[in-house]
Design a protein around this ligand. Structure first.
Ligand code: MRU
Length: 374
């Protein structure tokens, strides 16, 4: 997507130094646009844990490039010692964040690649780099396709309203900043807007890290799309008063049965949408499906993050990024980062292959290669 007219992805290999991976450090958005250089797998792991990069697709791509950086620093004295080092880096990267499945999927894809082929260390390094690029390119391509499929839903609603504004509510940031490009929940919005459909987006602020208020709002502003930031608890009220036509969120992990793990608070939006007869769609690339988990509520691991994220709120004061305490000093807090929306509340899943019902039959109809393995 463009930032001040310049096209950017969220992660890329430095053109001048193939030992350096560049990322947009999202901790500073929307106030500063800072590009960070990473040259070791440890730096990449830290960037994922501390959320310089975040969002399911992007942390998958980041883990891919992290494995490439690991291959550059791994022991080259023998193939065996190289593979031992790679396995150690894989473990470190996978441990950074537990809920989004894209991360372990990307790491495993690279491990499988270098286990199956590469006669020399140099060959295996080349496989790591090709795979990291392939993961990033695929992510961008899949998100672009999600945009085309999802835009049909928005167009349908626009037609049914005789071209009046389509009001879409989204939670957290499932935009291009959460992926390599385009995003998932935002991609249909970008496509529909590009086709001349009149859209307006309600952006949940998404406490505690405010990815909606700081990232989604910034993205939409960059693209010139009308939006309004709302507090997390406003969605139900807006839905009751006919001010929301459609909800689209992203996902960090979706079971093959259609249960959706996404940013904390998504479940409550789905409940309110169901109560008000509003379609609730989830947009995701195939790398976000977990084909091993049937019951998402029971079996998807939910990340719990540092309580300081709840006790403090961060913002710009007198041109400086500042944290402000909003609870009593040392207040006990709980910081569950994700929740699971059961499939029964999801109207449909928007994927790169099309839209399907949130059910085992639905996901297998689009991804028949998983029949017999789930
Ligand atoms: O904790 P984050 O910012 O990495 O959470 C990811 C999200 O933004 C998701 O909730 C999003 O909707 C799907 S992941 C692209």
């Amino acid at each position: 997507m463009n930032v001040a007219g310049i096209p950017y992805r969220t992660i890329w290999l430095d053109q001048e130094d193939a030992g350096v991976v560049k990322i947009i450090d999202q901790r500073y958005l929307p106030h500063r646009f800072i590009v960070e250089s990473l040259s070791t797998p440890d730096q990449m792991a830290r960037a994922i844990t501390d959320m310089h990069v975040r969002g399911a697709g992007l942390i998958g791509a980041a883990a891919g490039f992290g494995m490439y950086l690991a291959s550059l620093t791994a022991d080259r004295s023998s193939l065996d010692s190289f593979m031992v080092d790679m396995a150690r880096s894989a473990e470190m990267l996978i441990a950074t964040r537990p809920t989004a499945v894209n991360l372990s999927w990307a790491v495993q894809r690279i491990l499988d690649g270098i286990s199956a082929s590469g006669a020399s260390v140099e060959d295996k390094i080349a496989i790591c780099l090709d795979s990291a690029h392939a993961i990033a390119d695929e992510d961008a391509d899949f998100c672009r396709r999600i945009g085309r499929h999802g835009a049909e839903i928005i167009t349908g609603i626009s037609n049914s309203k005789a071209g009046a504004t389509v009001n879409i509510l989204t939670h957290c940031n499932a935009g291009w900043l959460a992926f390599v490009d385009y995003g998932t929940a935002t991609s249909p919005i970008y496509t529909a807007f590009g086709q001349g459909i009149d859209v307006h987006v309600w952006v949940d602020e998404t406490r505690p890290r405010n990815q909606g208020a700081s990232l989604t709002a910034w993205e939409l502003q960059q693209q010139g799309i009308p939006y309004t930031v709302i507090v997390d608890n406003a969605g139900g009220h807006l839905m009751q008063h006919g001010m929301v036509d459609l909800v689209i969120t992203g996902s960090d992990r979706t079971t093959f049965t259609g249960d959706v793990a996404n940013k904390i608070g998504t479940y409550l939006k789905a409940l309110a949408a169901r109560d008000n007869g509003i379609p609730f769609y989830v947009a995701l690339p195939s790398s976000t499906f977990d084909w091993t988990v049937r019951d998402g509520v029971r079996d998807i691991p939910i990340e719990q993050r540092d309580g300081e994220e709840v006790r403090y709120i961060e913002g710009l004061a007198e041109d400086r990024l500042t944290s402000v305490l909003i609870t009593p000093q040392n207040s006990p807090v709980a910081n569950y980062a994700f929740d699971v929306t059961p499939a029964r509340l999801v109207t449909g899943l928007i994927t790169e292959r099309g839209i399907c019902p949130a059910s085992e039959e639905g996901t297998l109809s689009l991804f028949p290669e998983h029949r017999g393995t789930v």
